[in-house]
Write a protein that binds this ligand. Structure first.
Ligand code: PLP
Length: 458
């Protein structure tokens, strides 16, 4: 098969898979052992025909795929893929640009400049903020907190980029008890360590208690980062950013916002109030692969202090062709990656196709479906919805841990829908995250029916 034939065959396989998703069981049908039996073949000395590789790859992998693009996949916080974003992703791979430098790849650079501007506009972030398109919110935290580390240490006369952390005063990181684990992980990467975290209690929904934050801020002086959150991973609860910004603004602390999915509330007139005060932060981390429904992997860091961002991430090498910063933006200066995928292309395509109204509709539809799921589930015997469904997350449990685990396992096994379990206040619970552009009322009904069947007949 020639190159065109191979690419057409791969595209046909991809299209066939996407079209088949609504009719497939949501959970994978093959076990890891079964997949090893087909995929774990000896590496041959001689080449294998490319068409055969692609055909067998699709045949052997598909049984082991979770249908994460399904409108009934509610696990973790997983966005589906908008058709326009998938199409743009295919072009991104075909173009295969190493999108670190503006001059060698001007198209990727301009697309990224525009995508960054649109994202700031939509998410309520000041237009003067710098940004970086990274692999996900985890790396967005690392990027933004590297800038924070630079800034708060520069304020006390320490150059962390030159001198590292040796001899630096300690940095205190104040964060809520229900912060996401990726914040701590970023602190480990940055050499601040999890021991730098001062934990502020959270309320019943997972929001940082602001009075406790004030007390913690008053307890010590010195370089401080406060990490707030829009969208607690179980409940969707959003911290009161205005109150947090009021508390931090006098202290010189850096305010970071983990808005992996919750920041997208700012794109909807109906949900924007949850992100009120967002423009007052110093840095923000979010994802495009969650609520914007572009393919993995795609996250974004923003920073209100471009010089700190650039000092923390920038690079100069004789063989690189650096653009005049007044003329063009070299992504490599803002990203932790050196070589990188042109991941702005899918964001550009998705935002252009949706427009402001389309992004708001996407957010609002997911939230409405979450409300409908919560209302339907609350009718089931023994079911308790544990959160105020303010956004796209529903947290529930049944009368005891065993029943809760049995019900979720039965729903997963039914193939009708997929969601995972968690622990909330020391008890087993079930998390539902509605983050997919195509979840429909019919998907909600099917999911409720699956729960009802699992409840009566686990
Ligand atoms: C609140 C929050 N922060 C950070 C993350 C990590 O995002 P990613 O997996 O894209 O790195 C998540 C993932 O669900 C999240 O919900």
């Amino acid at each position: 098969m020639d190159e065109r034939g191979l690419l057409e065959e791969a595209a046909a396989l991809g299209i066939r898979y996407v079209e088949s998703v609504p009719g497939r069981a949501v959970a994978p049908s093959a076990t890891i052992e079964e997949l090893r039996a087909t995929l774990d073949v000896p590496l041959t000395d001689e080449p294998v025909d490319a068409a055969q590789v692609i055909a067998e790859l699709a045949r052997d992998a598909e049984p082991g795929l979770a249908q994460m693009g399904s409108g009934r996949y509610f696990g973790f916080v997983i966005g589906g893929v908008l058709p326009v974003a998938l199409a743009a992703d295919w072009l991104t791979s075909a173009w295969d640009q190493n999108a670190g430098l503006a001059i060698p790849t001007p198209a990727a650079t301009v697309i990224e400049e525009v995508a960054g501007r649109w994202l700031k506009e939509l998410l309520g972030i000041p237009e003067t903020a710098s940004f970086a398109l990274v692999t996900g919110c985890q790396v967005a935290h690392s990027t933004a907190l590297a800038a924070a580390r630079n800034h708060v240490l520069a304020q006390v006369g320490h150059d962390v980029e030159r001198d590292g952390l040796a001899g630096a005063p300690p940095i205190r990181v104040i964060a809520g008890a229900k912060r996401h684990g990726t914040v701590d992980r970023a602190l480990r990467f940055l050499g601040l360590g999890t021991g730098s975290v001062r934990v502020v209690p959270a309320d019943g929904q997972g929001r940082m208690v602001v009075d406790a934050l004030r007390e913690e801020l008053a307890r010590e002086q010195g370089p401080t980062i406060v990490s707030a959150q829009l969208g607690e991973v179980n409940t969707g609860a959003c911290d009161d950013l205005n109150a947090i910004a009021d508390a931090t603004s006098e202290t010189g602390a850096w305010l970071h916002v983990d808005g992996a999915f919750g920041l997208w509330a700012a794109a909807s007139p109906s949900y924007r109030h949850l992100a009120a005060g967002v423009e007052r932060a110093d840095s923000w981390a979010t994802d495009a692969h969650k609520w914007l429904n572009v393919p993995y992997d795609n996250g974004i860091a923003f920073c209100a202090h471009p010089s700190a961002h650039r000092e923390a991430l920038g690079i100069r090498s004789a063989y690189l062709i650096h653009a005049d910063p007044d003329a063009a933006r070299d992504p490599v200066d803002w990203n932790p990656e050196h070589s990188r995928r042109a991941r702005a292309i899918t964001v550009y395509a998705a935002l252009r196709a949706l427009g402001r109204r389309g992004v708001a509709d996407l957010v609002e539809r997911c939230c409405a479906n979450a409300q409908a799921l919560a209302a339907g589930l609350a009718e089931l015997p023994g079911c308790e919805v544990l959160n105020e469904v303010v956004l796209n997350q529903v947290l529930l449990r049944f009368e005891d841990d065993e029943t809760t685990d049995r019900v979720v396992a039965a729903v997963q096994a039914s193939g009708e829908a997929w969601m995972g379990g968690t622990v909330w206040n020391d008890r087993r619970a079930i998390r539902i995250s509605v983050s997919n552009w195509q979840t429909s009322e019919a998907d909600v009904e099917r999911t409720l029916a699956a729960f009802a069947a699992a409840r009566t007949n686990p």
